[in-house]
Write a protein that binds this ligand. Structure first.
Ligand code: ATP
Ligand code: MG
Length: 345
């Protein structure tokens, strides 16, 4: 059986990178797979409290991300939408995985290095342990596939390493328990589409991020038409006209990024976009990109606004999703307890 799991942190504003890199694929996968989509609030608090915003902001962001899922076309009745902290199994399994994962594996994780920056001694243990919790999120549901942006590739490799080591360490217990060769699947990432790594509008070598201090670096799903137009107008470019062939985008990260965003939004290859805009100035293309972005994002923003006005409705969706997630998670955690040798009721 194929099962999808993926999550987004309720920190800061959801942006075009989250939408194109992850959510667009989430929506498509609903037709063919059983999907579990999670607002990963336990992950959100790994950064300093002034960054995630404190309790009131966390509640608000959790509801806003949930609203974004639904507004973009995720069906919370057919599939599962919930916030991570409502299912204790994630944290429980993360502890077991903490004892499976090796320090050397985590020391290689580039996201930690980037997020901790120079002040590594002052980073939270949670930020360091983030990929282990992420492996627990995925494997709590024994998910086979995880649709994510390119930046999460390394964490998915770690998830497979953890699953493999667990399966090896406990192989006898796993087969004695009737679980066959391996208990956990070796989960594959789904990194696809023309925008697996949307870059910052201010710096074509840095990924667009919720946590970037500059709001001008990203297009938020909730930005209004004027803000979107202004951010795109100010987006960094180079002085050359746009190329007509894809090869001409090499070594031009900003041009490549903007063309990639347009292509992803209109669901066509970059070559088609270059056929239309190649040889022209950035200013003409930027106007077209603004119009397209507004046309695609404003219905989502309007629906998000409508949904967030009814927090009780959102909370009910999360509660219902959490109850259904818990039923699956409970089976995994009970099996893990038996496999590891924990006595349970
Ligand atoms: P933060 O900076 O706080 O880590 P983020 O923007 O990276 O925020 P996450 O919640 O960490 O957002 O990631 C949610 C999903 O969005 C993941 O699947 C991730 O791979 C994807 N994603 C994030 N940024 C981009 C991007 N710039 N391009 C494509 N996908 C992205
Ligand atoms: Mg991230």
């Amino acid at each position: 059986m194929n099962r999808i799991f993926s999550g987004i942190q309720p920190t800061g504003n959801l942006h075009l990178g989250n939408y194109l890199g992850a959510m667009v694929n989430w929506i498509k996968l609903q037709d063919t797979h059983e999907c579990i989509y999670c607002v990963v609030d336990l992950h959100a608090i790994t950064v300093p409290i002034n960054v995630w915003g404190g309790p009131e902001v966390l509640r608000q962001s959790t509801r806003e991300v949930t609203a974004a899922f639904i507004a973009s076309g995720i069906d919370p009745k057919k599939h599962i939408v919930f916030n991570q902290s409502q299912v204790a199994a994630h944290a429980e399994l993360a502890w077991v995985f903490n004892c499976v994962a090796r320090l050397g594996w985590l020391n290689r994780m580039t996201q930690f290095k980037e997020k901790a920056g120079k002040d590594r001694e002052n980073a939270s243990i949670g930020l360091y342990d983030y990929p282990v919790l992420m492996a627990a999120d995925i494997l709590t549901y024994r998910a086979t596939h995880v649709p994510v942006g390119e930046d999460q590739k390394q964490h998915l490799e770690l998830c497979r390493d953890i699953a493999q080591k667990f399966n090896n360490d406990f192989s006898e217990s796993i087969s004695a328990g009737g679980y066959g060769e391996g208990f956990f699947p070796l989960t594959e990432p789904i990194i696809q589409g023309p925008a697996t790594r949307v870059m910052s509008l201010r710096d074509g070598t840095k990924k667009m991020s919720k946590s970037d201090a500059s709001d001008n670096s990203r297009i938020n799903l909730t930005d209004d038409a004027d803000t979107i137009a202004q951010k795109i107008r100010r987006a960094k470019t180079d002085p050359e006209p746009l190329p007509s062939e894809e090869a001409g985008l090499e070594a031009r990260p900003e041009a490549d990024n903007l063309i990639g965003i347009y292509a992803a939004l209109i669901d066509k290859p970059k070559s088609d976009v270059l056929r239309e805009f190649g040889g022209g100035q950035f200013s003409t293309f930027k106007t077209a990109l603004s119009d397209l972005s507004v046309a695609k994002l404003s219905p989502i923003a309007a629906e998000m606004k409508r949904l967030t006005q009814d927090p009780l409705y959102i909370d009910a969706i999360l509660a219902d999703g959490a109850a259904r997630a818990e039923a699956i998670a409970g089976e995994t955690i009970n099996a893990v307890k038996d496999i590891v040798g924990f006595i349970r009721r």
